[in-house]
Design a binder for this molecule. Structure first.
Ligand code: AMP
Ligand code: MG
Length: 440
């Protein structure tokens, strides 16, 4: 798995993370925060990341197949032409579609309208082992619903707190939430809509209502700013992605998704049966000739396995050394609406998987997750044996390491110290900010 040059000077998880104050008026939507290269470098790097992403996804899928409880949910929000479809096609499209649960949310159907607005969302949550992708989401219920006036202004605080609590439950039941707000500039949106009108093969993407939405631009910007400020929590932070350069948006979301999977730190699950016993059973059904052939293949297969594993470990190590701080201070401290005690119908998220009432909120730090994994009640995720294997692996990485420091401040406790080779060098580069240019 040859790796292209990693030109992230600041991980997008840090560079794009929404703080407590989000000033969309000054956000440069053609900026490329954290990325020191251009489009060509991005293309090469994304291809390499795609291979890693795909391998990580296979591990997640295997984990889900063997009783694990982890999943990932990518929530993609953005106005028309922001490139939501492009993210699905070019980023999510790099992994095995079997492992993806994609759901696009449109205007609620008659049936959906009869239920609480989170009802349809809950039903679409990814099962363990899957990467769920929401093209639009429950956030439409505090965006378009707000701008169109179907939800009153004074009902918004309650919705924000419901959403925060909902996402906290989802996170606590094993889902890593990655939220991306795709921010296109007014000018670029105009150009992209006009292109849809110019090209008959793009007419299907155009909706006359898009121009009505565009007319409400300022109201949408204000609604987005509120969403970003009120619903960026420690367990489900928002990432503000400038999308006027499509290649950057795709690169950034690829990196966010890859890092989320790296942070899960999943090994291949251990089978519940004995390999040698199964080999004997199978052998009893095979001809002498086939057995000889299998024996001849075995060495090659084992070597291929070791090589794949080594390449994967190296790619993860490089991904994990992405320089930059451990992440900014969490956005809004705590959850402003958590005390409201509002209920949204009471059903548990994730199709009834949640058994987390009263549990402390899940944390997004790898250290926190590692801790959670260790104390996982049902023990499916991290058996003592698997833990041991991981520790051994980590020690192995450590041995390989020549230039590591712990200056990253324990960013990823479960990551090998040996994965930090280039971190010190990269940290010297200053974090770039994405603001500074009026977009309208
Ligand atoms: P598209 O993503 O272009 O297929 O469009 C989907 C449309 O559904 C957009 O105009 C959204 O604003 C609209 N939509 C999605 N969710 C909701 C919702 N909860 N309430 C009202 N409109 C919605
Ligand atoms: Mg549309």
């Amino acid at each position: 798995m040859a790796d292209a040059e990693n030109l992230w000077s600041t991980r997008p998880a840090s560079a794009l993370r929404a703080g407590p104050e989000v000033d969309l008026a000054t956000l440069d939507r053609s900026a490329t925060p954290g990325w020191e290269g251009g489009k060509n470098e991005a293309r090469t790097f994304m291809a390499a990341r795609g291979r890693l992403l795909s391998e990580l996804q296979e591990r997640l899928f295997a984990h889900g197949r063997s009783g694990g409880d982890r999943s990932v949910l990518l929530i993609v929000q953005g106005l028309d032409t922001a490139g939501k479809g492009g993210i699905v096609r070019h980023v999510v499209g790099m992994v095995d579609p079997q492992g993806v649960a994609l759901r696009a949310f449109g205007v609620p159907t008659a049936e959906e309208r009869r239920h609480h607005y989170l009802w349809r969302v809950r039903r679409a949550l990814p099962r363990p082992g899957l990467i769920g992708v929401f093209d639009r989401s429950h956030y439409e219920d505090v965006l378009v619903a707000r701008v169109d006036g179907t939800v009153e202004e004074d009902a918004l605080p309650r919705r924000f707190s419901e959403i925060n609590r909902f996402e906290r439950q989802i996170a606590a039941s094993g889902t890593t939430i990655v939220k991306v707000a795709l921010l296109v500039s007014y000018e670029e949106q105009g150009l992209r809509l006009m292109k849809r009108l110019d090209r008959p093969d793009k007419h299907w993407k155009y909706d006359p209502g898009d121009v009505d939405t565009r007319r409400d631009w300022d109201a949408y910007q204000a609604a987005y700013a509120d969403v970003l400020a009120r619903t960026s929590t420690d367990v489900a932070p928002w990432h503000v992605v400038p999308v006027d350069r499509k290649w950057y948006a795709r690169l950034a979301v690829t990196e966010l998704l890859t890092q989320a999977l790296v942070d899960l730190d999943l090994d291949w699950p251990r089978p519940r049966w004995r390999v040698d016993a199964q080999k004997r059973r199978l052998a009893a059904t095979m001809s002498e000739e086939s057995l000889q052939q299998a024996a001849a293949n075995a060495e090659e297969e084992i070597a291929a396995y070791h090589q794949d594993e080594a390449e994967f470990a190296a790619a993860v190590a490089r991904a994990d050394t992405s320089p930059g701080p451990s992440g900014p201070a969490p956005g809004p401290a705590g959850d402003p609406g958590e005390q409201d005690g509002q209920d949204d119908g009471g059903a548990s998220p994730s199709g009834g998987r949640s058994d987390v009432a009263g549990e402390p909120p899940a944390r997004t730090t790898a250290a926190g997750r590692a801790k959670k994994n260790r104390k996982n009640k049902n023990g499916r995720e991290t058996t003592a044996r698997a833990q041991e294997t991981r520790t051994t692996k980590r020690q192995k990485h450590k041995k390989d390491d020549r230039g590591s420091t712990s200056a990253a401040g324990g960013r990823k406790k479960s990551a090998a110290a040996g994965r930090k080779k280039s971190a010190a060098a990269g940290r010297k580069k200053s974090a770039k900010n994405s603001s500074g240019k009026k977009t309208r």
